[in-house]
Ligand binder design. Structure first.
Ligand code: TXA
Ligand code: MG
Length: 342
């Protein structure tokens, strides 16, 4: 299949938007920019179209997809009820990097929810994403547009790298502002529960809801056979081909630890100002306290490590505050939970 690559710089480019809308209405797949990461979109109401997403990504069949909407009016048709907590969250954080799990309506096909009675809904804030949903005229099911298991794509070039020849179209809407995926919260448990940390922080959720539980799968490794509330949490994720180790400890100890490894085949991920301590190839993900910079940089750095073919990647562990909770969650998975405490 030939993949059409289309750059759209503003929601005013209606002809190009209509090309993307047509692909989606006709049951095709289109890579779309969002403020978090690029999504691989299909008509969420068309089970046949949604099935193609799983094939293109090599995604496990039991990992459900997020349905993307462009405005509040589109929500009632997709869910059985809208609890007051969902309204409150939507008022505060939609459009934006928050996904809310709600009881699903009958019109949502099995292919989207993988047989669950709930559906994940998000309203992205990226103007091109919003315009594509409106132009398509249907809600869009979209996981991140990477090959399953690989780091999520934060540029259209990342999507092209993974999906060229496998999907109908990629819309280039520039680099994603947030850089990690949306926060996933379920309102289908007794108390609201955080299933995946993301662009909206835990503190932001608590500010609206009061108490919010954190699912065990956010930081912990699942025991063999254990079923997580969010199926995506059980797979190895976000991982370059290299061996990734997450290293906790002060910078001097980290530098000494790094010296045990061959500098030719070992890359280092650290914070701004630390680069000169290493003879290795170094990637900085921003200032130590600059959580947004870490989120913005992390997937691109993991992808570059892959392209440059390092055997090992040693990563300075962020502290987990604010958006760093999401960065830490992704790095734990990229490292397959291998953490060294110095
Ligand atoms: O920022 C994002 O959320 C991006 C952009 C494209 O919107 N999308 C994204 O989708 O990250 P994906 O498929 O990579 O991650 C969706 C996560 C998975 O962990 C999945 O298991 C969970 O949401 N999920 C989806 N539906 C669910 C449901 N009904 N119940 C529990 N978890 C669900
Ligand atoms: Mg994903």
């Amino acid at each position: 299949m030939k993949t059409t690559f289309l750059k759209i710089e503003s929601p005013g480019e209606t002809d190009k938007l209509e090309q993307a809308g047509k692909v989606l209405r006709e049951g095709g797949l289109c890579g779309i920019p969002t403020e978090t990461v690029y999504g691989l979109a299909a008509n969420a109401l068309d089970g046949e179209a949604v099935r193609k997403i799983f094939l293109a990504k090599g995604r496990p069949q039991d990992n459900p997809l997020i349905v993307h909407i462009s405005c509040m009016e589109e929500l009632p048709a997709l869910v059985r009820e809208i609890p007051p907590q969902a309204k409150a969250l939507a008022e505060s954080y939609w459009p934006g990097p928050l996904t809310i799990i709600l009881p699903k309506a009958d019109c949502i096909p099995e292919e989207v929810t993988c047989g669950q009675k709930t559906v994940a809904i998000r309203m992205p804030s990226h103007p091109i994403a919003n315009a594509i949903i409106r132009t398509a005229g249907v809600p869009l099911a979209a996981p991140s547009a990477n090959t399953s298991g690989k780091p999520s794509p934060t540029t259209a070039q990342h999507v092209l790298h993974d999906m060229d020849g496998k999907i109908d179209m990629i819309v280039d809407g520039g680099q994603c502002a947030v850089g990690v995926e949306s926060t996933v919260i379920t309102l289908c448990t007794q108390k609201p529960r955080l299933l995946r940390p993301g662009g909206i922080t835990y503190a932001q959720l608590c500010a609206v809801l009061g108490e919010v539980e954190i699912d065990d799968a956010v930081f912990g490794e699942l025991k063999p056979g254990e079923q997580p509330a969010s199926p995506g949490m059980k797979y190895k994720h976000y991982s370059p081909d290299a061996d990734v180790l997450l290293v906790k400890g002060e910078i001097e100890k980290f530098a000494a630890f790094v010296r045990q490894y061959d500098p030719a085949s070992t890359a280092v991920v650290c914070f701004d100002g630390e680069e000169t301590l290493f003879r290795n190839p170094v990637f900085s993900i921003g200032g130590k306290q600059d959580e947004s910079a870490h989120a913005h940089a992390i997937f691109d750095v993991l992808r570059q490590a892959d392209i440059q073919g390092y055997k090992t990647v040693l990563i300075r562990c962020p502290d987990g505050n604010g958006v760093d909770m999401a960065v830490l969650n992704r790095l734990l998975r990229a490292a397959a939970f291998r953490v060294v405490n110095l």
